[in-house]
Design a protein around this ligand. Structure first.
Ligand code: AMP
Ligand code: MN
Ligand code: MN
Ligand code: MN
Length: 287
């Protein structure tokens, strides 16, 4: 246990810039009122919210990390990679992210077609509205649209009955490869971290392939403590993180006050035996 383990760190949060419900400033305000010491904004495939969050936190008692959560395809599985401390002015990063957004828009149209082909009403207009009219539209916006149309009661029901493999509204989308995404993250001086690794339900040999490849590509961390991990997931990934000599990350994956399991800064603390990824930023500022 070091003083670094004691810091309240949240390296995975979402704002309206992707599928969260609060503005970047509101997310930062929650971080401040929950006594978070280090916070990253990591919207899906966009850094549009980063400037606002950076401005909001400037001069306040919190250390802000610009970040992004990028959707990738690896062996037919969608893997989310957090790019932490990326350079938000990196032109290539911005260009690559805007291409992913074009893909999201096309996917949304196919998702809606799949719903209507299966006899459900079209919800794309509502989904786009929930997305704020941007190309950042995703499954969470469709989920909110399905709830608005009273086809489901809550997010949990949506993600059991719709939008997942084998259910109406699911489209097997091709995201950029893990390799190309890692190159973009590294070029923009960011750290690559695999988000919520237990969520992919990979068997042990697939997980080993993934982690070996990720490490070869320059990936440095695994998100061990996060909103979708059970206590057992945390225990398993604590061991795996140490076995592979990865660094551990902690993030709430906060999206919305009444949808998310953890508020900003409220995910379980990182286990003592892990090297916190935020130890890398120690030199930049005395926390
Ligand atoms: P997308 O990146 O558009 O495929 O959407 C993925 C997003 O959908 C996640 O980041 C969550 O916001 C949301 N999501 C996926 N699965 C669930 C679930 N089981 N419960 C609640 N939200 C979910
Ligand atoms: Mn999301
Ligand atoms: Mn994710
Ligand atoms: Mn997330």
């Amino acid at each position: 246990m070091t003083i670094l383990h004691d810091l309240n760190v949240d390296l995975h949060t979402h704002s309206k810039a992707s599928d969260g419900s609060l503005s970047p400033s509101e997310v930062m305000e929650r971080a401040l009122s929950n006594d978070v010491d280090i916070v990253a904004l990591t919207d899906h495939d966009t850094i549009e919210g980063v400037n606002e969050a950076m401005q909001y936190t400037e001069g306040k008692n919190i250390y802000f990390i610009p970040g992004v959560e990028i959707s990738t395809s690896w062996a037919g599985v969608c893997i989310h990679v957090l790019g932490l401390n990326i350079n938000p002015n990196d032109e290539q990063l911005k260009k690559s992210l805007s291409k992913i957004q074009d893909g999201r828009y096309s996917r949304a149209q196919l998702m809606d077609k799949d719903l209507t082909d299966k006899g459900f009403p079209s919800v794309i207009q509502d989904a786009l509205e929930f997305a704020g009219g941007t190309g950042q539209v995703g499954r969470a916006h469709f989920a909110r649209a399905l709830i608005k149309k009273e086809l489901c009661e809550d997010m949990r029901e949506v993600f059991n009955k719709f939008l997942i493999k084998g259910k109406p509204g699911f489209v097997d989308h091709q995201w950029p490869s893990l390799k190309s995404v890692m190159e973009i993250i590294k070029k923009s001086k960011g750290l690559g971290v695999i988000a919520h690794p237990a969520r992919y339900r990979l068997n042990y040999s697939m997980l080993t392939y993934l982690l070996e490849e990720f490490q070869e590509l320059g990936g440095v961390g695994l998100e061990v403590s996060t909103g979708s991990h059970s206590a057992l997931d945390i225990e398993n990934f604590k061991r795996i993180t140490n076995d592979f000599r990865f660094e551990g990350s902690r993030g709430s994956d906060f999206h919305c006050p009444n949808e998310s399991r953890y508020d900003v800064g409220k995910a379980p603390y990182l286990p003592d035996s892990l090297l916190p990824i935020w130890s890398r930023w120690k030199a930049e500022r005395v926390f």
